[in-house]
Design a protein around this ligand. Structure first.
Ligand SMILES: Nc1nc2c(ncn2[C@@H]2O[C@H](COP(=O)(O)OP(=O)(O)OP(=O)(O)O)[C@@H](O)[C@H]2O)c(=O)[nH]1
Ligand SMILES: [Mg+2]
Ligand SMILES: [Zn+2]
Length: 348
């Protein structure tokens, strides 16, 4: 079917003009957003010079928006919206900052050094920080959906690489399914490797007290396959957080908010939780083979002891990892997982 023609009856001319119009619109939009963000950044500087702000104090970023952040100073304080000083490169949820309060807006003046930083690639593949100072990642596992050792190991490698403490939470202990035994076996295997493991059920509330007590000491995040019960667990620990997350993602999909990172919540029993759907899935981005090997904690004593420096830890002569495997110090399952993850790096 032919498309509409312009007044001269020339289809080609119409197509050309259409592209040009579209391009012009795009240029106009781009131009206006850059003016917009530059303007907002200048507002931070103007406020600083205005003399209307309160004295410098410490605070914690609870939410990052495109040009502003919410800052909290205690578990009970209301979030205060702040502009950023123009020289601040990146400020994310979980950042400890120095700020000056003001009505209606304060200004963030400096970011304190970070203990840890989670990042993920944006739509162009560039790594972007998502959340700072997370010191515990709770990997949620359940009999349903069926757990996979390789997936658990991928999480652990990424967590080890970030220098964050992992906790394996085996949820749905109330459930009896054909994978219940498998889930129990995994709990035992990872506990033997030295990982902290908690059995729990968001439904029966078994283990929730122990989880709450553990979370008290940390700024944590929940990760894991869809359907394992992350939201249910968060809800069991802190109903306010889950409700807020729900309403926020709803608002987000309607385009009302421009939250680019995640939200921080104070847990009623102490501790902080950082959450957003985006932060729950993070991959093994930008890891090399050494990082992968280091991510298998029981491999560490043997690394660097292979005969050849470029040992692939497969059939190579004098491989310290293969010797450890023969001696039963490394399980065949974890060795297989390691080789699979290495393979996936080259095919990613
Ligand atoms: N039997 C049982 N079911 C549970 C338990 N925890 C969660 N569920 C159920 O598992 C399903 C998924 O739970 P969610 O909390 O939505 O899982 P999620 O990990 O947040 O999933 P995504 O948001 O998709 O990543 C729901 O039907 C829950 O009711 C539990 O402890 N026992
Ligand atoms: Mg969920
Ligand atoms: Zn080797």
């Amino acid at each position: 079917m032919l498309g509409p023609t312009d007044s001269t009856g020339n289809q080609e001319g119409m197509a050309k003009r259409k592209i040009t119009d579209q391009q012009q619109r795009r240029i106009r939009r781009k131009h206006s957003t850059s003016i917009d963000s530059a303007g907002k950044r200048q507002r931070g500087e103007k406020l600083l010079q205005s003399g209307e702000l309160g004295p410098e104090q410490t605070g914690l970023v609870s939410t990052r928006y495109s040009n502003q952040v919410d800052v909290v100073t205690s578990p009970t304080s209301a979030p205060e919206r702040c502009y950023l000083r123009s020289n601040l490169e990146s400020v994310v949820t979980g950042d400890n900052i120095i700020w000056r309060p003001g009505k209606p807006y304060g200004v963030v003046c400096a970011v304190q050094p970070r203990k840890t930083l989670l990042d993920r690639p944006d739509s162009r593949g560039k790594l972007r920080p998502v959340a700072a100072n997370i010191d515990l990642i709770v990997v949620v596992i359940a009999p349903e959906p069926r757990p996979h050792a390789n997936l658990i190991d991928r999480y652990l490698v990424a967590i080890e690489h970030h220098g964050i403490k992992p906790l394996l939470l085996f949820n749905k202990t109330d459930l009896s399914s054909e994978n219940t035994q498998l889930s129990k076996d995994f709990a035992r295997i990872y506990a033997q490797l030295g990982y902290d493991v908690i059995d729990a059920s968001a439904q029966s509330k078994h283990g929730i007290e122990q989880l709450t007590a553990t979370l008290q000491q940390y700024t944590s995040v929940f990760v894991g396959q869809s359907g394992v019960g992350k939201s249910s667990l968060i809800n069991a620990i802190c109903p306010a957080a889950e409700a807020a997350i729900g309403s926020l993602s709803e608002a987000h999909s309607k385009g009302r908010h421009t939250t680019t990172t995640a939200n921080l919540f104070f847990l009623p029993g102490g501790g902080q939780l950082i959450d957003s759907p985006g932060i729950r899935e993070f991959g093994l981005i930008h890891l090399d083979e050494d990082d992968i090997a280091q991510g298998f904690i029981e491999f560490r004593p043997f690394l660097g002891h292979c005969k050849f420096r470029d040992c692939r830890h497969k059939n190579d002569p004098g491989c310290a990892l293969q010797s450890a495997l023969q001696a039963g110090k490394i399980s065949p399952q974890r060795m297989q997982s390691y080789q699979l993850i290495k393979l996936s790096l080259t095919s990613d």
